[in-house]
Design a protein around this ligand. Structure first.
Ligand code: ATP
Ligand code: MG
Length: 173
């Protein structure tokens, strides 16, 4: 991460196999780390990242430090088992956003569309809206969802969402 929320300086975190716990005082940036992960995986909702507009993810400055113009987050997946639908055995996704609104996504250094990122995670159980990341309030949301919304959640987890989308697309032709 660089320039993302409180992470003005380039910060790298290694997630090793097993459990990683992130501890630190209130306001030290623990939630921002999780939000960086959701953001790079395609999160489109500024509110979901506790902001009003997407540019709020860019380091906004402190008393002693000027704001930055750009937020950048990259994430590298070990894909040797090809769990993600790609021929690459290592996949790096990167997302950049500038204050003027310019934004881009890169996959292994090549510019791609948001759609390509979404397709990579579709039915993988990862994705920005998946249940591999459960934020506060989400558990309640699942329980109080309407039946058809809850069905969509289950279908996504079960991996049939992709086929439904394909069917819908085919029907349109
Ligand atoms: P808690 O233990 O209370 O949950 P936390 O470790 O999860 O705290 P975060 O919510 O990740 O902390 O970090 C909040 C901090 O990030 C605040 O100090 C806030 O000012 C800072 N912050 C958020 N967005 C930006 C931004 N765009 N620029 C600079 N700082 C930011
Ligand atoms: Mg927090």
């Amino acid at each position: 991460m660089q320039g993302f929320k409180s992470f003005a300086d380039r910060t790298q975190i290694d997630f090793m196999p097993g459990i990683t716990g992130i501890v630190g005082p209130n306001g030290s940036g623990k939630s921002n780390i999780i939000e960086a992960i959701r953001w790079v995986m395609g999160e489109q909702s500024a509110k979901g990242l506790r902001g009003d507009k997407m540019a709020d993810v860019i380091f906004g400055g402190t008393k002693t430090r000027a704001p930055l113009n750009r937020a950048e987050v990259g994430i590298v997946f070990d894909n040797q088992d090809h769990y993600l639908n790609s021929n690459f055995s290592e996949i790096e996704i990167k997302r950049l956003l500038y204050r003027n609104g310019d934004s881009k996504y890169l996959m292994n250094g090549k510019q791609v569309r948001l759609k390509d990122i979404q397709e990579l995670f579709m039915d993988s159980g990862l994705g920005h809206e998946s249940f591999s990341i459960i934020s506060q309030g989400r558990v309640e949301h699942i329980f109080s969802a309407k039946a058809e919304d809850r069905r969509a959640i289950i279908e996504d987890v079960a991996g049939v969402y992709k086929y439904k989308q394909n069917k819908q697309q085919a029907g349109k032709k």
